[in-house]
Structures are given as C-alpha cells and as structure tokens.
Design a protein around this ligand. Structure first.
Ligand code: ZN
Ligand code: ZN
Length: 681
C-alpha cells in the first residue's frame, strides 16, 4: 500500500510522519477540540501505563529493551520537545500530495528526522521533505552527504507540497461525532492488538472489516491510535541499505524482489515467513503496545501460597518437584540471575508438561499470561485438553495452521512455533517445548519470533530432553539457569540401547534376508506383547523394510509403514496408537510425541549421518515410558558404531547415574544395565 508523508512544525521544531489516513493527522495536529476529545476518550480506556504518546517518547518506552524489542518504534519518531507549544498542536503541516510506497515513506521520515534539527523555515522544510522522499525512493544506497542532498532537492521539486494551518469541519457536531467514533475504535484496536504484530489485512479482519466497518474507517482508527501512542505502525519490511522483515527478523538473504501491484514498483518481500501471509516493503505492520510499560506487569509472588503447597497440589514426582521448584524460584524472583531464559533439561518421559503447570499457575495468579510454543500441530492438539483440565476457569487458545481461532485472546495460548511470528511483546511467560526439534532449532526466524513474543520483563522457559550443544555448555558453565530431571515420572531408569551389528538396510533389501540376531530380537519383542517402532533414515526404505519384516514375523502380524510423504500418515499413526498395528516402520517423524504404552525400539542404519545424537536419544526415548512397562528394549542396528550412537548411549547412562545418585531410581538392578553386559554380541 501507499502512505502520505508530511512534516509539521510545533514550537519551531520540524518533524516528519507517515500516515495512512491524512485527514486524521491534520485534525490531530491542527484542531484543538478534536485533539482534546480523542485524547480524553482514549486515555479513559487503557490499562495503567498505556496512553503514552508515541512521538517524542519512543526512547522512554524502549527503556533498555532495544535489543529484544524488534521494530523499536523509531519510524517517523519526532524529536523531544515536539509536543511543546499549544497543547502539542502544530503551527503548520506540509503534506506531500502524492502518496509513496509505504516502505519508502517510512524510510523518508527517518531521513527527515536525522536532518530536522538544522531546518529553519517552511521553505527549507518543504525542500527537505521532497529530498527525503526522493532519496528514499532511490533506494538508500546514496544517503548522507550534503552534495547528494542538494542534487536530490533539485530533482524532487516536481512533487508538490500542500500547506495546511487549520481544518474546517462542516458542523462542530460532525467533528465531535467523528472524534468519538474514532476514539472508541482506537480503544478497541489497542486492546485487540495488544501483544500482536499483524499485517494490515489481518488487523482489519480482527477489527471487523468488512462486516462491521469499512477499511477506510479502520485505517483512520489505526492511524489515530499510532498518533496517540496506543499502537505502532511501520512497513513490514524495513531498512534502507539492507532490508529486514520486522515481523520475523529475517534479513537480506530472505528478501525477494518482485514487481508489486500494491505500490507499482519492484518491492521486496520476505520469503521466510511467507506461509503466514506476505510481509512486504509496502505492507503495513501494526504492532500492539504492551500494557504495563517496560517494567513488566506481573504482581510480586508474595501473596501466593508457599511453593511446597503449590507443588503438592500438582502431584509431581520428587524429581519433577525439584526441577519445578528451581524454575519457580527463578521465575518469581525479581532478579532473573542475568538470564531471561531457564532450561528444564528433562529426560524423555519425565513428564515435562506437568512440570510446566506450577509455572503457568504462578504467572496467571500474578495477572500475567502464557504462551506455550511447540514444534508440531499434533502436540498443540494433544496439549489443549490437558491444559484446559489443569486450569479450569482460564481461557485457552490453540493456534496452528488450520485453526479457526486465530484471534482469540486467552490466558494460555498454545501455538505451533510458526504462529508465534504474529505476536509481539504479548506474553509474560513463553514456554518453548522441544526446543531442539525441527523447525525451531537452528532457525533464527523462529528464535527471533519467540524472543519478540515476550512482554517487557517477560521470561522464557525452555524444555527439552536433548539440548543442543551450545545450550548444554551454557547450562553447565552456569550462564543459563537450569534444572535437570534425570529420571522418568515412574522412577525407572531409561532403557539403555543395545547395539546389534548387522549389514546396512539396503544390503538386507537387496539380499531379501533378515539377519538372525535382528529376527530373534524382533520375535522376542513381539512375544513379550510389545509394539515395535522400527526407525529407518530414508523414506524410500520404509515400504521395503516393512515387507522384509513381514517375512519373518508370525503370520497375521499387522505391520505398517509411514513417513512425511505418507498421505494417510495421521490414520496410520492412529492405527498404531490403537494397537491395530503391531509394528510400524517409520522415519524420524515419529521420534517425538507419539507415546505407546508397551513398546520397543529398533533403529536400523543407526550409523546414518541423518541420525544425530539427539535424534537417537529421542528415538530410544520412545521405549519404556509407561508405569506398566517401564523397561522397554532399544536396539541400535548398524554395521558400525558411530560417535553419535556412542554419545547417545553415554548420555543415557549418565542420566541414569545422576538419577541413581540423587536417589530417584526405584530399581536396584535395572534390566537395561544388566543386558548391557551383552553389548557387541
Ligand atoms: Zn519475514
Ligand atoms: Zn509493493
């Protein structure tokens, strides 16, 4: 879209602003009565700490948060003192009569702000305004020197500047009516958009366009909200020399330039967050302003029941309790120990969801809200009913690609990691589940989004069984506060993988033969009544391996296979969950999330580079999760041992040892360790 650029003088100082609704700005700066009416009404509807004016106050709001507050609110910022003079009104407004593509308009306003101090007199201000617009149009690579500045000034003279000193309404009552309607919409918009960063179309949908209101009216309300400091407006992709997506944080590497119908130029869009709608240079991004200001809005924890009482209510195991207590004391302490994140490093099957409950409870009880971000949609769907049961009377929203309740405001929001891109400064506690899992790990966009979704003073809790190396190091060296949960909720040790030396899968398929030791292990698992996860690294091998195993299993054994390319994947997994399938050949898509009460795990081609240490640990973690069958069996099958296999086994033993030393293990002689004597058979 396009926006208008204007400059105004107040108490002798010049400032430039971009508007998507020029009438609103003219009335705001030039009509005292309109200004008073909207300010009074809009100040009555916000929580404490809101209602600060955007212009001239940007620094104050940022308050040392610049690094974690993307966007920064600097676009079109006015210099301090601009609001002096007659109750913040302007003496004159100079408006460029031709609208500019939004990204260019905002860039031009920034250029103007950088030079505004030196401007004296309307003629010079008008010249600077045109020069800035022209300079921004040329793409920013040429900014700066006085030389270029003069050249631009001359070239830009074609664009006309209109001069306004007053607005005249048809009737005074018409003005008051308009002011009232707009101010009411400002309140609604500020409330609805709090904690969010939405593209214009999304903000419009949220505010009832077209059913309840026209797009023009909502644009006017958004613009007025920005003038009143209740929202921030900017271009979704910003920057002069290097473009950056303000929604997802991606840089030049993710920018694509295409001819654009909306602005009539070649303009850049961000392909990194494309699945959530196109974030463009000329697209408007509307960001909410957090209530409570930069100091955070959580009440102190003094009024809450003692920690042991709160933990006892949740029926946690001693190991879960200890970790939850450590996390709680960090969360409730005014001093975060130099880190806004806390790592809960809990073995697979430790019951990390239950450990979140006391943390969520603490934040809700202190007036805050919570976001749980998780990599996969299945997990969102699985978590939702559990969270609802655990927090009756609280509102819960579940967001994923296909969910309808995109705009629901809730005490607890459960979302796929991608959905967090639409939030900004919205949550006092952000829990990141399966932090090391695809798509979050090594994805700067999602990490940026998770950081961005934190409200000022908010904190993050990271949950994982297999922290990436850098986090592990930070935790061990004391830079990242953390708690380890070395034992499963049922108190039995993790099954230690056994290594079976067999030829590569391709070889087995070619020879159409299953080695005897693999066959014996599979039959033993079947005869003890277990269901079998058989992991293979390549999608293409799932089918052939399933037929191969069919040849050695007793007749009638139901065997299935699935992968990310399987269209009936959900159905196949459901049949496995229902015990209709005894054996499922799968890729790593099932390495997390799916829990089968009595199950054994076979990892074929365990030496494949596609299986790293974390992935091997996660796959092994599928076995022995239930109280009824805590000693599942795990086999790493491959011609060779690899570093990853050895590391995964070492880490599993290490966790068992820590658990034993901490007195958390129920069994004196875990069968996994006894069987370990038979390694490298
Ligand atoms: Zn983006
Ligand atoms: Zn465009």
């Amino acid at each position: 879209m396009k926006g208008y650029l204007y400059a105004f003088a107040s108490a002798g100082r010049w400032s430039a602003v971009v508007t998507i609704s020029p009438e609103v700005d003219l009335a705001f700066w030039l009509d005292a009565e309109f200004r008073r009416t909207v300010e009074e009404m809009a100040s009555g509807c916000g929580g404490e700490g809101t209602g600060k004016r955007q212009y001239g106050k940007a620094e104050e709001r940022q308050n040392g948060e610049a690094a974690t507050w993307p966007g920064g609110g600097r676009e079109g910022r006015l210099t301090d003192g601009a609001e002096a003079g007659r109750s913040g009104l302007a003496d004159v407004v100079l408006l460029l009569d031709e609208p500019l593509p939004l990204g260019i308009a905002f860039a031009a306003a920034e250029r103007f702000a950088a030079k505004a101090r030196r401007v004296r007199g309307e003629a010079r201000a008008a010249r600077l305004l045109r020069a800035c617009a022209r300079g921004a149009e040329l793409g920013g690579g040429l900014r700066g020197t006085l030389d270029l500045f003069r050249i631009f000034g001359r070239e830009g003279t074609a664009r006309r500047v209109r001069r306004y000193t007053a607005v005249r309404w048809d009737r005074a009552s018409g003005m008051r009516e308009a002011a009232r309607k707009l101010a009411a919409a400002v309140c609604e918009a500020a409330d609805a958009l709090e904690g969010r960063a939405l593209l214009r179309g999304e903000a419009h949908a949220l505010l009832g366009v077209p059913a309840r209101r026209s797009a023009a009216f909502v644009d006017a309300a958004l613009q007025l909200a920005a003038l009143l400091g209740r929202l921030r407006l900017g271009s979704a992709v910003a920057g002069w020399r290097r473009r950056r997506c303000r929604r997802c944080g991606s840089g030049e590497a993710h920018m694509h330039r295409t001819p654009c119908l909306a602005c009539g130029r070649v303009c850049a869009y961000c392909e990194a967050c494309l699945m959530l709608g196109r974030s463009r240079e000329c697209a408007l991004l509307v960001s909410g302003i957090p209530a409570g200001g930069a100091s955070g809005r959580l009440r102190p924890a003094d009024g809450l029941p003692p920690v042991p009482v709160r933990l006892a209510r949740r029926g946690l195991s001693p190991a879960q309790s200890a970790a939850a207590e450590a996390a709680l004391s960090w969360l409730e302490s005014p001093d975060d120990g130099g880190s806004r994140a806390f790592l809960i490093w809990a073995v697979t099957g430790a019951g990390k969801t239950e450990m979140m409950f006391p943390l969520i409870e603490s934040v809700l009880a202190r007036g805050g809200n919570v976001l749980i971000a998780t990599p996969r949609r299945d997990v969102v769907l699985e978590l939702e009913p559990r969270i609802r049961r655990a927090f009756p009377g609280r509102t819960v929203a579940a967001l994923h690609g296909a969910s309808r309740e995109k705009w629901t405001k809730a005490d607890i929001t459960i979302a796929t990691t991608h959905q967090t891109i639409r939030f900004e400064a919205g949550f006092d506690l952000v829990v990141i589940d399966e932090l090391d899992a695809f798509p979050y790990h090594n994805n700067p966009m999602l990490q940026y989004a998770a950081e961005k979704s934190l409200a000022p003073g908010g904190r993050r809790v990271l949950l994982t069984a297999t922290p990436p190396a850098e986090l592990r190091r930070a935790a061990i060296r004391g830079r990242l506060p953390h708690a380890r949960v070395p034992v499963r909720h049922h108190g039995h040790p993790l099954p230690v993988p056994e290594e079976l030396r067999i030829p590569p899968v391709r070889e087995l398929i070619r020879r159409n033969a299953v080695p005897d030791r693999l066959k014996q292990a599979v039959l033993a698992s079947l005869s003890r009544g277990a269901q079998l996860f058989v992991f293979v690294p390549r999608i293409a091998d799932t089918g052939p391996v399933a037929s191969l195993l069919r040849g050695v299993c007793p007749p009638g054994t139901a065997i299935g296979h699935t992968s990310s390319r399987d269209e009936r994947r959900t159905e196949t997994v459901q049949r496995f969950r229902n015990r209709e399938l005894r054996l499922l050949v799968t890729t790593t898509i099932l390495e997390r999330g799916v829990t089968i009460p009595r199950s054994d795990v076979f990892v074929l081609d365990a030496d494949s580079p596609l299986f790293d240490e974390a992935s091997l640990e996660q796959m092994a973690g599928r076995a022995g999760r239930s109280k009824e069958d805590p000693h599942g069996r795990v086999y790493f099958c491959a011609p060779h041992a690899t570093r990853a296999q050895r590391a995964a086994i070492r880490r599993i033993r290490e966790m068992n040892a820590i658990a034993a030393a901490g007195g958390h293990i129920r069994m004196e002689a875990p069968p996994g360790e006894v069987r370990a004597g038979g390694l490298r058979r």
